[in-house]
Design a protein around this ligand. Sequence first.
Ligand code: SAM
Length: 266
Amino acid sequence: MRSPSAALPLSLLLSILLVSCSGAPKETDAASRPDTVSKTPPTDATQSTAKATSQPAEAKSVKPGINKRFKDPNMDVGRAMKMFEGESREIFIEKVKIAKTLDLADGEDMADIGSGTGLFLPYFTKGVGAKGKVYAVEISPKFVEHIQALSKKKKWSQVETVFCTDKSTKLAEASIDAAFICDTYHHFEYPQATLASIRKAMRPGGRLVIVDFKRIPGESRKWILGHVRCNKETVIQEVTAAGFVYVDEIQVKGLRENYLIRFKRP
Ligand SMILES: C[S@@+](CC[C@H](N)C(=O)[O-])C[C@H]1O[C@@H](n2cnc3c(N)ncnc32)[C@H](O)[C@@H]1O
């Protein structure tokens, strides 16, 4: 894990992070138990920055245009389902193991941020039970519409869609016990603003799980290097800078191109 120098002022550190995260926009994007938990001890950097809860929100998008097709009011949901819900996607294959890492309990309230086609909703609705709540948070009008229809069809009374913005999840203060961000963190155009809204919405002790692509030059596929703006270490730095504490990384057997990391809200 990269440790930022303690001597660097915060503003300089943030500039370095933004530069290291830049990448050319590209429109390609292509649930048993997790196997190993790597209790990588949080570095001094992640521990200390976890206390800094008021990071300045980004003035500009960190990845302009990355959500263009999702925001399209005419987006083809069927096409998106073929892309996100197929055997060629490791996240689809390992969805049960992934969903279990949230450790959902009966009656809890959770948010699936960037719910997409609703791939994880069967597991989250089961996880929180009839008395819990699942907020399906989306910036895509077509996915919101799709999830509303799906929830009605499946009789998921605990699902509530939230049509959010680029800068806020629009979740009410202290309304959730857990949040899930799968294949979506790299789509956040204003990560600090969005993370601040998640932190505000989360009750103390709440859990956050992030699944995203590994971005390793020389190892990751070329389209990932172009599409995903930053690596795991940078994501950890950004999330801890937003006031979350890094907990662990879970090695989910079957995930090769993606990592899964967990955080807590103090
Ligand atoms: C690649 S899809 C992943 C969907 C789903 N999580 C899955 O893994 O199947 C990314 C999703 O994030 C949504 N998204 C992008 N930026 C967002 C934001 N700031 N807040 C909420 N959702 C966002 C997009 O509309 C899209 O549905």
